[in-house]
Every structure is written in structure tokens, then in C-alpha cells.
Write a protein that binds this ligand. Structure first.
Ligand code: ADP
Ligand code: MG
Length: 355
């Protein structure tokens, strides 16, 4: 099975890439030397917590405030100067348009000022490629592999046959997995983002105490809006009987919701992996920080003798190091963005070539 380094060989001397991520509510900058992340600075925007979700206009304003100090910190932490940079990579989409524009404009201006190549990166591909950031074990997925990408905005199973060859095999038709965690946590009054809180409370609860429906759609589809509605109706009924129901059953509720979401994801991943005959599985995106999902993925691998990979925590949620790695791939295959390249909120990608 080919490795990343069989397909993309290291340049010598290495190239320093500054990467910028601003697609949602995290302003991030990183410096990579080839595949090694020398810095990865993330400023998470607290302002959205009081609204229970990301407010786009506030996000772009916060990016404007954060971007200069975050880039400055990433350069300093990497121990280099702006003059050492060989290229600038930035997220061009998908994401919130106003937020994307901040990173895009900044990256273009800096690349122009420094006369160095500009590279645009697809945020979703970057989540997957985060697995190739140099790590202490020096172990990376071999091609082909499947990635379960689960974040606040996406739920996908992607088949990766080479660093820049990816096809989406399954996708959500409504809410994303992270969105399900967030919306259910909101219904329960647990705050935003909901995923980490549910994960923590679930550790003290019984995952089989309440049975919620596990959707069983065709292989190419996920759905989570039914679960959200079923939790809502269930709680309305219980609260009618006992106003303190949520407070008294928090841990069991969280454990049961988490079990349902994780089983929905893992069962489909198993089915698709068998169908495709792929023996390497990875997860990516914010929800891959979930402890039960990680456990279940390893378990799935153990049962079938498949290799499994989860990213380091700092590379699960939105971060610029993954943009840098994806930028490195684009840099090495010679892809360059122009100063008139535009940020795009929705990107069509990963469709099977039918010709
Ligand atoms: P996006 O790019 O769509 O904003 P991220 O990749 O930043 O998403 O991931 C954010 C999402 O990850 C949120 O929905 C959050 O609830 C979820 N998340 C983070 N940590 C956990 C966890 N431990 N368990 C479940 N979900 C989590
Ligand atoms: Mg993301």
C-alpha cells in the first residue's frame, strides 16, 4: 500500500508555509516546515457562547481583531521571520463567507507583499490531511483509506486514494453530527458547544438507559434531525411529569444520546468499509475528539484487523496546521492561487468522476 511519502517526496531544503484558517469561529495560524508543524496558534471566539451558536457577523469581526496577533504569535513560536516563508496557504472554503474573507484577504496581501506563492485550501480536505502532520510515532494512514469527517457543519465518509484524490461516499442529508450534539445540549440547557459537555457527562451515565432511534438510511446518507426531534419530544413529555427530569437524569441522557450518535456513525463506517474492501479507517473534525467515538473506532479496527487512526486533539477541531499540511500537498503538486481567487461558502468537491 502506498504511503504519503511514496507519492509526495520531501523538498530539500524544506519549505516554510504559513497557514491561515478563518472559516468559522476559530482564528488560527500555523507554520509548517514541510510536514512538521512548528506552531499552531488558535484563538477561539468566546463571544458566541451567550448565543448558543456561531453568529456570523460577530465571527468575522472577531477574526479581524485576532488575525494579526495570531499570525504574529505563530511566526514567533516557529522561531522564524516572515522573510523565511516560502508560501502562504489559506482556507478558501467551505465556511462562513464573511469569516473566510478575512483570512483570504490577509493571505493575499501578505503573499503579494512578500512575492511568494499563494495556495488555497479546501477546509474539508484539510481535516482529512491533518493525519499526515508529522507525529511522534511517525505513523500515518496508507492509501487507500476511509475518513469519517465529523464536525459542527459536516458528516461525511470520504475515500482517499492519494493525497489529492478524494471521493465522498456518504453525507448527511440534514444536521451534522456535531450539530446534533450542540442542538441536543442546547435543548438540555448545557451551553455551547455541546459536544465536549455531553462527552464529559456521558462518562457518568448509562448509555443503554434510554433508547433513541438509530437511523438506518442507505449507505450514502446520514441523518441526525430525527434524533434531535425525538429527544425534544421525549424531554417535553418527561418534564410534564417531573420538571426536574433533565437535572436528575443528565448523565444518563447524555450517555444515551452519545451512544446513539456514535453507533449511527460507526455502523455506517463499518458497512461502507466492508463494501469498499478498505482496511484503514481514520476520523477527522471536531467530533473526533469524542472519547466514545475514539474508543468505538479502535474497537472496530480490533474486531476486523483494520488499522485505525485518530488525530491529536489539537488537530481535530478547526486549526491552521491542517491547512498548512493541505497547502503543502498543493504546493508540491504545483497548484497556485491567484490574487483574484475568491472565497467560497459552499464548494462542490469529492463527486465521483462519472466519465
Ligand atoms: P466546524 O468546522 O464545523 O466548526 P469543528 O471541526 O471546529 O467544526 O468542530 C466543532 C464541533 O465539534 C462542535 O459541534 C462540537 O460540539 C464538536 N465537538 C468538540 N469536541 C467534542 C467531543 N468531545 N464530543 C463530541 N463533539 C465534540
Ligand atoms: Mg472544521
Amino acid at each position: 500500500m502506498p504511503q504519503f511519502t511514496d507519492i509526495i517526496s520531501e523538498p530539500s531544503p524544506g519549505v516554510y508555509i504559513l497557514a491561515i484558517e478563518s472559516s468559522c469561529d476559530d482564528t488560527s495560524a500555523a507554520v509548517l516546515l514541510n510536514r512538521k508543524a512548528l506552531s499552531n496558534v488558535v484563538a477561539s471566539q468566546k463571544i458566541h457562547e451567550e448565543f448558543g451558536g456561531v453568529v456570523p457577523e460577530l465571527a468575522s469581526r472577531a477574526h479581524q481583531v485576532n488575525i494579526v496577533p495570531v499570525v504574529d504569535a505563530a511566526i514567533k513560536k516557529a522561531g522564524i521571520t516572515m522573510d523565511d516563508l516560502g508560501a502562504i496557504a489559506y482556507t478558501s472554503g467551505p465556511g462562513l463567507l464573511g469569516s473566510l474573507l478575512v483570512g483570504t484577504s490577509f493571505a493575499k496581501s501578505l503573499a503579494y507583499a512578500k512575492s511568494i506563492p499563494l495556495i488555497e485550501v479546501n477546509h474539508m480536505k484539510a481535516h482529512i490531511l491533518a493525519h499526515f502532520i508529522e507525529n511522534a510515532d511517525d505513523e500515518y494512514p496508507e492509501f487507500p483509506f476511509l475518513c469519517l469527517t465529523v464536525s459542527g457543519g459536516h458528516t461525511q465518509i470520504v475515500k482517499i486514494t492519494a493525497p489529492d484524490e478524494m471521493v465522498i461516499l456518504s453525507e448527511t442529508i440534514d444536521d451534522a453530527a456535531g450539530e446534533a450534539f450542540d442542538k441536543i445540549a442546547k435543548i438540555m440547557g448545557l451551553g455551547y458547544p455541546g459536544g465536549p459537555v455531553v462527552d464529559k457527562l456521558a462518562q457518568m451515565g448509562d448509555p443503554r438507559s434510554i433508547e433513541f432511534p438509530i437511523s438506518n438510511l442507505p449507505d450514502d446518507q446520514f441523518s441526525f434531525s430525527g434524533l434531535k426531534t425525538s429527544v425534544l419530544y421525549f424531554l417535553q413529555k418527561k418534564i410534564d411529569e417531573n420538571p426536574d427530569y433533565i437535572e436528575e437524569n443528565k448523565a444518563d441522557l447524555c450517555a444515551s444520546v452519545q451512544y446513539t450518535i456514535v453507533q449511527t456513525l460507526i455502523r455506517k463506517l463499518e458497512k461502507v468499509a466492508k463494501r469498499e474492501g478498505v482496511k484503514t479507517l481514520v476520523v477527522a473534525g471536531g467530533v473526533s475528539a469524542n472519547s466514545e467515538l475514539r474508543r468505538e473506532l479502535f474497537d472496530l479496527g480490533r474486531r476486523h484487523g483494520w488499522s485505525t487512526f485518530v488525530p491529536e486533539f489539537q488537530y481535530c477541531t478547526d486549526n491552521a496546521a491542517m491547512i498548512g499540511l493541505a497547502g503543502y500537498v498543493q504546493y508540491m503538486i504545483g497548484a497556485r492561487a491567484q490574487l483574484n481567487s475568491v472565497a467560497t461558502a459552499r464548494i462542490e468537491w469529492g463527486k465521483e468522476d462519472k466519465d
